[in-house]
Ligand binder design. Structure first.
Ligand code: 2PG
Ligand code: MG
Length: 364
């Protein structure tokens, strides 16, 4: 039992230098935990809505805190249910939901991933790393139309995966003399959208992935098909616009045997959207971002649904992050097939890698 005795909120800066919500939760035994809300840059239309940071602080203070005081922080399901009922901004509910899980874990004296896996009865394991090595699209001022080129190390430990990712990233950084982008990936100009994959394709111990984030790409589907056919991707996220279930389906029919075709803006961690994708047979993988839906419980429901349908589950960070490393524990707790993270630079990206290393070395 961790009776909630205090909940406070304030604004802090995120990795883009924008304000975001930070909350601190305390229980009657003196445990204090804090956490914050990540925020997307290329958001899907169907994501749950954020409120402005000032408004978020006020919602925590005047609506959420009075309601949660006296509740048991270990009872994540009850707290999340309340958060949904209160109809607050998704940044408010996710920040509070995440920090509630931290309080529960602290109070039970166990690692966060273990607490989550016990509450939701999931089987924990290390995720594969989906590392954003080269950036484009809305995340960078260069000539790449697609948003993220991902290196996916072929290794079965985090330590080994990080080592492969580090080597690939550093070698490219030196070769391209590239800048570091919003998510820590490298930013350079290329001859075309295929060239980055040519460079990454030289590496034997990674699979190739890409988040096209095609909602923000103005190419006709036929041209996109032509490009994707040349790419030999293990993982392809948002290859078409967020309502283009039809082309998702066609692509899945064509490439789904060998590749993961995943929805992000298409599905927004929302079971109703996922249901539609299932009916249309549009994808065989899904991105899970708890802030897209608002609470940890809803995100885990999305994971369970995806698993029931045999979809690959890829937990993901956001474009705007803080040093909060929650996604690492979440991905481990549900044994995600992948955890999508930034390049191996920038503190807010590195925090997640270091958390995974710590789980593997000390806790698992
Ligand atoms: C994505 C994400 C994270 P954003 O599209 O998958 O990489 O970007 O948070 O800007 O939506
Ligand atoms: Mg995406």
């Amino acid at each position: 039992m961790a009776t909630i005795s205090s909940l406070t909120a304030r604004k802090i800066l995120n990795s883009r230098g924008e304000w975001t919500l930070s909350v601190e939760l305390g229980d009657e035994h003196g445990i204090r935990v804090s956490g914050s809300a990540p925020e997307g840059e290329s958001k899907g239309t169907f994501e749950a809505e954020y409120v402005k940071p000032e408004h978020a602080v006020e919602q925590v203070q005047s609506v959420v805190a009075p309601t949660l005081k006296g509740m048991d922080g270990v009872d994540q399901l009850a707290v999340d249910r309340k958060l949904v009922e209160l109809e607050v901004g998704a940044n408010v509910s996710i920040a509070v939901s995440r920090v509630c899980a931290r309080l529960g874990a602290e109070s039970r004296r166990m690692p966060l991933w273990k607490h989550i896996s016990e509450i939701y009865q999931t089987k924990p394991a290390a995720p594969r790393l989906f590392i954003n090595v080269l950036e484009g699209g809305m995340h960078a001022h260069n000539n790449l139309v697609f948003q993220e080129y991902l290196a996916i190390p072929k290794a079965n430990t985090i330590a080994r995966s990080v080592e492969i990712g580090r080597r690939v990233y550093k070698a490219l950084r030196d070769e391209l003399k590239a800048d570091v982008g919003d998510e820590g990936g490298l930013v350079a100009n290329f001859k075309d959208a295929l060239e980055p994959l040519g460079l990454l394709g030289r590496e034997a111990d990674i699979d190739l992935g890409m988040d096209a984030a095609a909602n923000n790409v103005d190419l006709p589907p036929a041209e996109l098909f032509a490009l994707y056919r040349q790419m030999k991707l293990f993982y392809l996220e948002d290859p078409f616009k967020e309502n283009d279930f039809e082309n998702f389906k066609k692509l899945k029919e064509e490439m789904g045997e060998k590749s993961i075709i995943a929805g992000d803006d298409l599905t927004t961690t929302n079971i109703t959207r996922m249901q539609k994708a299932k009916e249309e047979d549009a994808i065989n993988g899904v991105i899970i971002k708890p802030d897209q839906i608002g609470t940890l419980t809803q995100a885990i429901e999305a994971v369970s649904q995806a698993r029931e349908w045999g979809w690959a589950v890829v937990v993901s960070h956001r474009g705007g992050e803080t040093n909060d490393d929650f996604v690492a524990d979440l991905a481990w707790a549900v044994a995600a097939d992948g955890l999508k993270l930034g390049g191996l630079a920038r503190g807010e990206r590195i925090a997640k890698y270091n958390r995974l290393l710590a789980i593997e070395e000390n806790e698992a």
